[in-house]
Write a protein that binds this ligand. Structure first.
Ligand SMILES: [Zn+2]
Length: 334
């Protein structure tokens, strides 16, 4: 704490110095806002926080494949989070008929969930602890599944439900599905998947692979397995934008190009749900390729589908949006 306070003082001092320096020059109007921000950012990056083991000092082993490392979760919250992930694990295996068999070269036998006490703490520590951006609601870090000693992690935080006041782990189910999908449905590490994200900690090389990518599936399946057939937020957003995308457009969704939260998570949810409900044979054909890491084969398959499913998807979507009943607990976030 002392260190952090000192650094806060440093920032304040640096800002004061800069402001007074600006005030003493004639170019003050041109040079105020931006340079101050820049100096503040540089100094913030130099703050050295206590290591992750000190901040996330509580460790709970839910079972052989799930570990939770947390800052301030109560025993009751830990019980609940363990139960939820264990239930999700068996649901996933049943849904995809994995028979518990991972893809080849995958040594990610266990997932470690890292849970900060609040969004503020997540933003403060996660970049330094995990070399990752925090302008998001949590992240799954698969690491290098073929490397010995690799630890798959997801990084999340507690948030308070606006309706019940209860604290819960934001995106717990969604992030956990990334682990399951990565271990049982998709070969290789994050940079082997088809997307255009170049952020840390993976820093996947540029240029990105050509379209189609597989972000619609990766994020959509996270939402679909987590929420099953009730997703109020996606229903509301997709109803507003009904007709904006064909299914064939959604196969070209990515992290940056053709991205955005609504397209990725809400439309992605319905794209995956449609494929799972109405085109299950096509999904199985796709999963064979994904499990092998055959990106070219996957892209050829998506090209073969072309626009042939578009009309049926739109028809299905219209009915599904109209018939969905809202029974979703308010705390599930997205
Ligand atoms: Zn995700």
């Amino acid at each position: 704490m002392k260190l952090i306070n000192n650094n806060k003082t440093l920032i304040a001092l640096a800002l004061t110095t800069l402001v007074s320096a600006c005030q003493s020059t004639e170019k003050v109007e041109v040079t105020t806002a931006e340079p101050i921000k820049a100096v503040e950012k540089v100094i913030e990056e130099k703050v050295v926080h206590p290591p992750v083991d000190e901040i996330l000092s509580q460790v709970r082993n839910c079972n052989d494949s799930i570990i939770i490392r947390s800052q301030l979760l109560s025993n009751q919250q830990l019980d609940k989070a363990c139960a939820l992930m264990i239930e999700q694990e068996s649901y996933f295996h049943e849904l995809f008929n994995t028979r518990g068999k991972p893809v080849k070269d995958d040594g990610n036998v266990a997932l470690r969930a890292n849970v900060y006490d609040s969004k503020t703490d997540y933003t403060k520590y996660a970049t330094q602890h995990f070399d990752m951006p925090t302008n998001n609601g949590g992240m799954y870090l698969e690491g290098f599944p073929s490397k010995e000693g690799n630890q798959a992690e997801f990084v999340a935080y507690e948030e308070q439900s606006k309706s019940s006041g209860e604290w819960y782990i934001r995106n717990l189910k969604h992030e956990y599905v990334h682990y399951l999908n990565g271990r049982f449905n998709a070969y290789g590490d994050y940079c082997k998947y088809l997307h255009d994200d170049h952020a840390g900690p993976e820093y996947c090389p540029k240029p990105s692979p050509i379209l189609p990518h597989s972000v619609w599936w990766g994020e959509g399946v996270g939402e679909y397995v987590a929420r099953k057939n009730v997703n109020d937020w996606a229903n509301k957003e997709v109803t507003k934008e009904f007709g904006k995308y064909q299914l064939s457009d959604l196969f070209n969704t990515s992290a940056n190009q053709n991205g955005g939260g609504i397209r990725i998570y809400a439309w992605g949810y319905y794209a995956v749900r449609y494929m799972m409900e109405d085109q299950r044979d096509a999904v199985e054909e796709m999963l064979v390729l994904m499990r092998e890491g055959d990106n070219l084969g996957y892209q050829a398959l998506v090209h073969k589908w072309g626009t042939s499913l578009d009309a049926d998807f739109t028809k299905w979507l219209k009915t599904t949006l109209a018939n969905e009943k809202s029974v979703e607990p308010a705390e599930s976030g997205h």
